[in-house]
Design a protein around this ligand. Sequence first.
Ligand code: SAH
Ligand code: SF4
Length: 431
Amino acid sequence: MNVYDSSRISDMLQKEGYEPTVKQTEADIVLFNTCHIREKAAEKLFSDLGRAKLIADERAEHGKNTVIGVVGCVVQAEDTQIIKRAPFVDFALGPLMYHKIPEVLHQIKTNKERQSVVNTDFPAESKFDYLPENKAQGACSFLAIQEGCNNFCTYCVVPYTRGVEYSRPVAEVLTEARRLLDTGTLEINLLGQNVNSYHGEDENGHERDLAYLLHRVAELDGIKRIRYTTSYPADMSDELIACHKDIPTLMPYLHLPIQSGSDRILKAMNRRHTSGDYLRIVEKLKKANPNIGMSSDFIVGFPGETDADFRQTLDVVNQVKYIQAFSFKYSRRAGTPAAVMDNQVEEKVKKERLEILQNLLFDYQTEFNRNCVGKVMPVLLEQKGRHKGQLIGRTPYMQNLHVETNGANLNKIIEVKVAEATTNSLTGKEI
Ligand code: SAH
Ligand code: SF4
């Protein structure tokens, strides 16, 4: 979601006459888009800001002004604390306020005295109505269709930082999708914190679900691949599962986070599913498309998690045989119910469990990748590789594939015979 937001911010600044640069010494504006989901991500901001300040000071010696801004969920959570800890920050805007950047830049320029601007409102208007026209950033594009969350899992900051659930209207999504396709995209990844609870209004004012939207996107000219991320297990409707059978451009890969395999822990997390519910959904998905590959998020060391609870998480991994996954140590987030639970798990235990879980996940991922050797897979070429003639693309399962091409160009789908596999990538030759 932050990658998508950053690209929209970039669209907006380019419309204001700015150009992107990779050299910070050249930058008139330095903007940090931040994540607050775990402590590590949030802390990184302050060390990055310190570095940006040093460069801004050097530029000032040459008479160049630098505006330093922060956007995203850390701002929403920390509010004016950001300016207290880093007083040189010129502006800080929450994730629902970034459409105000041009206005804020103008305000800063015209202010007689230097004054930091902070805005963490949850505005009544939708920022999407104020953003300039999007365009493709490459062969694969993200498209946010839903934002915020009403689930309030007890460990999670999202409902507090991204606000209540909001779905963009169907027509708006289709217009943005068409523009992405017209400007070179072949693959669209529909995004939302809980993308499968999408309930946007259609052209006649009827509320529509994600299954409906997927069918509409699949009808668009030029669309080759569709994905959607991230889904909440309790919202996997039968209609949505059927899309995995009925829509050939819907990729056979689904990120469906379970978090824990223990029903006791899932309850304490306030998740609206049991491990049994989850496994039944996976079974239905595999029936709809026997080739589907599953991915998930896991949290280890949630307050009160015992060895027995943790073993149930490992059991789920052994049953589903994920082809890819993300796993994290539970991180205490201020303001969430789990942060003040009195049965916190020791750091050492969290570390041990994470290692055991990741080893198991990597084994399944490597096994899946190795089983691809010898197969021919369609690959969407996205970027240049290190060697001449080598391009990097993605398979339908999101694996990175390094391809020796016969002169094929980027932004095309080609057939590749897989020659080698590691845990994280594949290599192969165009056929
Ligand atoms: N809406 C999605 C997840 C969005 S947050 C869902 O409900 O599945 C992305 C991931 O960050 C979560 O799936 C979770 O695994 C992880 N996460 C969120 N809060 C966390 C915390 N406090 N500590 C560790 N991991 C966390
Ligand atoms: Fe966070 Fe996802 Fe739970 Fe919402 S459903 S509170 S985004 S983990």
